[in-house]
Structures are given as structure tokens and as C-alpha cells.
Design a protein around this ligand. Structure first.
Ligand SMILES: [Fe+2]
Ligand SMILES: [Fe+2]
Length: 183
């Protein structure tokens, strides 16, 4: 049975603070990616931009996917127990957005990967435009999550669920880090 925030004062908010921080990181990296694409379009690829392209490619191939899994495994299921149509519709839209964000990233990734390798076969204007589209969808998505999804999910999660959520998130990242270290 859902536990309201008022009746569960001991619910640990730190996991949602962590999710908010992931949003801040994503937005910061999107700003960097747009600046990079704009600079490549204006002045061409430089060694410094190439290095930044590598960092951004590696980061976007790793962190946002973990963040989306956090939400798909823990936040969205809590919302899907709602009987409010507005919450259900919003949750389905957020789930669909994750698919669109992945599609947008697949549009960008080959060009960014090329830049990271010092190749310039891609169209810089098309890359900049794709980054703008990606950034806008992400911002809209994040606003919806922070204004509706996270507060509603927190109301529905009891301390045991939050604890299990934290354990699963930490374990998944630890497994990823071990695999990365072995690669
Ligand atoms: Fe999301
Ligand atoms: Fe998110």
C-alpha cells in the first residue's frame, strides 16, 4: 500500500537528490556538447575539441543509460501503481521519451565518435542541429520528471523500497565499473 510523504517522515530523500544531480550533470554535458558542435561548425576540429568529443562520447554512452535504468526500474513502476490518469499518461510519455532520447543519441554518436578520432567526414551543421534537438527533448523531459514524476514517486515509495532502490543502483554501477576495469 502506498505510503504518503506525510506518514513516512523517515523516507530518505538522498536518492532523489542523487537523481536530481544526474539531471544537472546531463544538462551541463549537453551545454558542453552544443558548444563543441558550434565550435566545430565555426572553426573546424582542433585537438582540444577532439579530446572533448572523446570525453563526451564516452560519458553519454555510459551515464545517461544508468540514469534511465534507475528511473525505469524504480521511479516509473511506483508511478504506474497510480489510478490517476494524468500520472499514468505522464509516466508512459516519460518511458517513451527514453526511447526517443536513445534514438537522438544514435543520430549524434557517429559524428561525435568521428570527431573524437580526428575524422571530419560528418556535416557539422547537421551535428549542431541534432544536438539542439537532443538538448531540447532532454530539458523538457527533465522538467516533467522533476515537477511531477519524482515528487509523486517519492510519495508512493516506503523506506524499504527506497533502500532496495539504493542497493540495486549501487550494485549495478559497481558491476559496470568492474567490467570496465577488466575491459
Ligand atoms: Fe528520464
Ligand atoms: Fe531523469
Amino acid at each position: 500500500m502506498p505510503v504518503s510523504a506525510a506518514s513516512a517522515p523517515s523516507v530518505d530523500a538522498s536518492l532523489f537528490v542523487f537523481l536530481d544531480r544526474c539531471h544537472q550533470d546531463i544538462q551541463k554535458k549537453l551545454v558542453q556538447m552544443l558548444a563543441l558542435a558550434t565550435a566545430v561548425e565555426a572553426d573546424g576540429l582542433t585537438p582540444a575539441l577532439q579530446k572533448q568529443a572523446r570525453e563526451l562520447t564516452d560519458w553519454f554512452n555510459a551515464e545517461p543509460r544508468q540514469h534511465h535504468l534507475d528511473e525505469e526500474k524504480h521511479v516509473f513502476p511506483a508511478l504506474l501503481t497510480s489510478n490517476e490518469e494524468n500520472i499514468l499518461q505522464t509516466t508512459h510519455r516519460l518511458i517513451q521519451d527514453h526511447g526517443w532520447l536513445e534514438t537522438d543519441w544514435f543520430e549524434i554518436e557517429p559524428s561525435l565518435e568521428a570527431a573524437a578520432d580526428g575524422n571530419t567526414w560528418f556535416d557539422p551543421a547537421a551535428l549542431r542541429h541534432a544536438v539542439e534537438v537532443f538538448q531540447q527533448l532532454y530539458i523538457d523531459h527533465i522538467v516533467l520528471e522533476e515537477s511531477l514524476a519524482y515528487p509523486q514517486a517519492r510519495e508512493r515509495m516506503d523506506p524499504a523500497s527506497l533502500n532496495a532502490m539504493g542497493v540495486e543502483m549501487a550494485r549495478r554501477r559497481a558491476v559496470r565499473d568492474v567490467k570496465g576495469a577488466k575491459a
